[in-house]
Design a protein around this ligand. Structure first.
Ligand SMILES: Nc1ncnc2c1ncn2[C@@H]1O[C@H](COP(=O)(O)OP(=O)(O)OP(=O)(O)O)[C@@H](O)[C@H]1O
Ligand SMILES: [Mg+2]
Length: 606
């Protein structure tokens, strides 16, 4: 039968160069650490294979004693022996299945951890280029592929190969010529089955892609349910879902029928082999007077060899689904980690917190500059407001201080240290950030605020909430800080979400505060409260705030107008109004106040 497995890999080698390399890699990376368990499973398989082969071999004395009346006493012992061998085989199967499942599940867990760890080390771009459900399919479904592949290969090579070897030895011992007849026909089956592989593999890939799209549609429907309902998008979403479901159904069917074709092929081949053996064997026994016991033992071995032989022949076919999963996993694992925490770099040492942009250029897409030679200073102990038209690059600038993207040209420094050459964790530790679109995690209000500084006390959490003007509305809920926020904060209003995010940033107590339109969703009363907190917090810190709201802007120490990726104007409110430039025009169109803006300033509470 080694002929057969050789022909099997010879068939698959030219068309699937990846399968062998993939298997080798899987074994080296995931199998080798569990070598001991696999050897243990192998031992059980060997016991099972030996039990099967010995029971086939015992048929010769059974049959020969049967035709000889004096042999009846021995037959009893033979019967007990065969029963015992089958029990042994059952126990061995139990043993290897338990060992293999445990090892396999440990491998899946390891792959999932490794994949997630790898994702955490990817930069912003990596995530923005992909849909979140791609990761879910890989983490949840494809990770099983690694286990399944190893499992199938181990069982086949262990149990099936060992059983076949044992049975082939029995066949050769009983009748070498018949063994040659039976075994030469087998490789033909292997060849025919090998031709099905490409089809099965393609279908497997399509089924993974389809599953990812099912998740995608599902996720977008749930998260966007307001829009789905309001715009009557049910029909469109239904069609999307039904297309993906159909795609998965089709590919799974195609995979199933590809695999099922293997049965008639192997049955036909095996039928020919068994027929030929029966023809030649009966001739040997009836005409040439050979020993009937050997013949029957041979036939038993051949029939018993059929199942493991068939499994081995379609091994490559059975592997395709798991291998496709493994390929998807490696696609992610092989993407180099684009963001390393760079622990070897020196920690950022924030002395006063002066942030300086020096001629920074940056493009998301090739040569489309979003920041185009930007110079900016955010002074310590002060609030710098960034104002300017939508799409001007304000959020990008805030992102770059946190090193979400590296500058294409120029540099960004904090107290003279280039942020590109400091330890990333220390950089982000020094920054408290409130993003333009607030994100809340699953859990309670307390959990969400506490993420600002894990380990903070209840009193500290409440203080932060008070400063963010959130404490009162939180206490208004019957469950207070234990109130759940729902997925992405869906159970709270926009302004409430925003204040929780501000509380989270306040709790972090970092020397640099970056706020991207923190008060956009607040009423003027709440805004005033948050503004007061910001003013009191500003001592000993650097605050950079993107602002569209009048109060926030006029209360800042400095205002910087960002337009087309440049800081076009820079100064205090009074200076910029007096300059009659971009800010003056911006202010006039935004707030309809050109004549005496200073009146607004004085009326704005400080
Ligand atoms: N991830 C991204 N990939 C490609 N382009 C992006 C990405 N994020 C932002 N942009 C583009 O960069 C430009 C600047 O965007 P940015 O979000 O910095 O503007 P903004 O000044 O914060 O605007 P707004 O006031 O509307 O928030 C825009 O033209 C935007 O389309
Ligand atoms: Mg923005």
């Amino acid at each position: 039968m080694s002929d057969q497995s050789k022909s099997q890999s010879a068939v698959s080698a030219p068309s699937e160069p990846g399968s062998i390399a993939m298997l080798r890699r899987l074994f080296l990376e995931h199998g080798r650490p569990h070598l001991k368990s696999y050897l243990f499973a192998g031992l059980f398989m060997a016991i099972g294979a030996a039990a099967t082969s010995v029971s086939a071999w015992l048929l010769k004395p059974v049959l020969n004693r049967m035709v000889d009346p004096s042999g009846f006493a021995d037959l009893r012992w033979l019967a007990i022996g065969v029963a015992g061998l089958f029990l042994l085989r059952g126990l061995a199967t139990y043993g290897y299945q338990v060992v293999l499942s445990r090892t396999g599940n440990r491998i899946v867990a390891g792959v999932q951890r490794r994949l997630y760890e790898h994702l955490l080390r990817q930069d912003m771009r990596f995530f923005q280029d992909r849909h979140s459900t791609e990761f879910m399919t890989r983490l949840a479904i494809a990770a099983n592929g690694v286990r399944d592949t190893l499992q199938v290969v181990i069982t086949s090579t262990g149990r099936d190969v060992l059983t076949l070897i044992g049975l082939i030895i029995v066949m050769i011992v009983q009748d070498p010529i018949m063994a040659v007849i039976a075994l030469t026909i087998m490789p033909v089956g292997g060849y025919l089955l090998g031709r099905l592989i490409r089809r099965v593999r393609k279908a497997a890939r399509r089924s993974y892609d389809g599953s990812a799209r099912i998740l995608e549609t599902m996720q977008e429907t749930v998260l966007g349910i307001r829009i789905v309902k309001s715009f009557n998008l049910e029909a469109i979403m239904r069609k999307r879902m039904s297309d993906s479901v159909r795609e998965v159904e089709r590919s799974v069917n195609s995979m199933a029928s590809g695999m099922a074709v293997s049965s008639p092929i192997s049955d036909a081949v095996a039928g020919i082999a068994i027929g030929a053996v029966i023809f030649y064997g009966s001739y040997r026994v009836s005409i040439a007077g050979a020993d009937a016991g050997s013949f029957f033992s041979f036939i038993a071995a051949l029939l018993l060899a059929y199942e493991p032989g068939k499994k081995l022949a379609r091994l490559n076919l059975d592997l395709q689904h798991g291998l496709t999963g493994a390929r998807l996993i490696y696609e992610v694992l092989d993407t180099p980690a684009s963001e390393s925490p760079q622990e070897h770099l020196p920690k950022l040492d924030v002395r006063e917190g002066r942030i300086v942009f020096e001629n920074v250029r940056f493009a998301y897409r090739d040569r489309e500059y979003v920041l185009d030679g930007l110079d900016l200073v955010a002074a310590p102990n002060a609030t710098t407001a960034l104002v300017g038209p939508s799409g001007g690059g304000k959020s990008t600038l805030i992102a770059m201080i946190q090193r979400f993207y590296p500058p294409g040209e120029g540099r960004i420094t904090i107290d003279g240290q280039d942020i590109a050459s400091v330890n990333l964790v220390s950089l982000r530790d020094a920054i408290a950030f409130v993003s333009q679109d607030v994100f809340l995690f699953r859990g309670t209000i307390r959990d969400n605020i506490a993420l600002g500084r894990p380990g903070a006390s209840e009193a500290e959490i409440m203080d932060a909430a008070r400063m963010a003007n959130a404490h009162d509305f939180i206490m208004g809920f019957s469950t207070g800080y234990n109130t759940g926020v729902g997925e992405q904060g869906a159970q709270l209003s926009g302004g409430q979400r925003q204040r929780i995010a501000i509380a989270r940033a306040f709790l972090k107590n970092a020397p640099i505060i970056l706020l991207d339109e923190p008060t956009a969703a607040l009423d003027s009363e709440s805004e005033r409260e948050v503004q007061k907190a910001l003013d009191s917090l500003q001592q000993g810190r650097t605050t950079l705030v993107v602002a569209h709201r009048l109060q926030t802007i006029v209360n800042s120490d400095r205002i910087c107008v960002i337009e087309n990726g440049k800081a076009v104007e820079n100064g205090t409110h009074e200076e910029l109004i007096a300059a009659h430039g971009t800010y003056h025009a911006f202010f006039a169109t935004q707030f309809g106040e050109t004549t005496s803006p200073l009146r607004i300033v004085s009326s704005a509470p400080r």
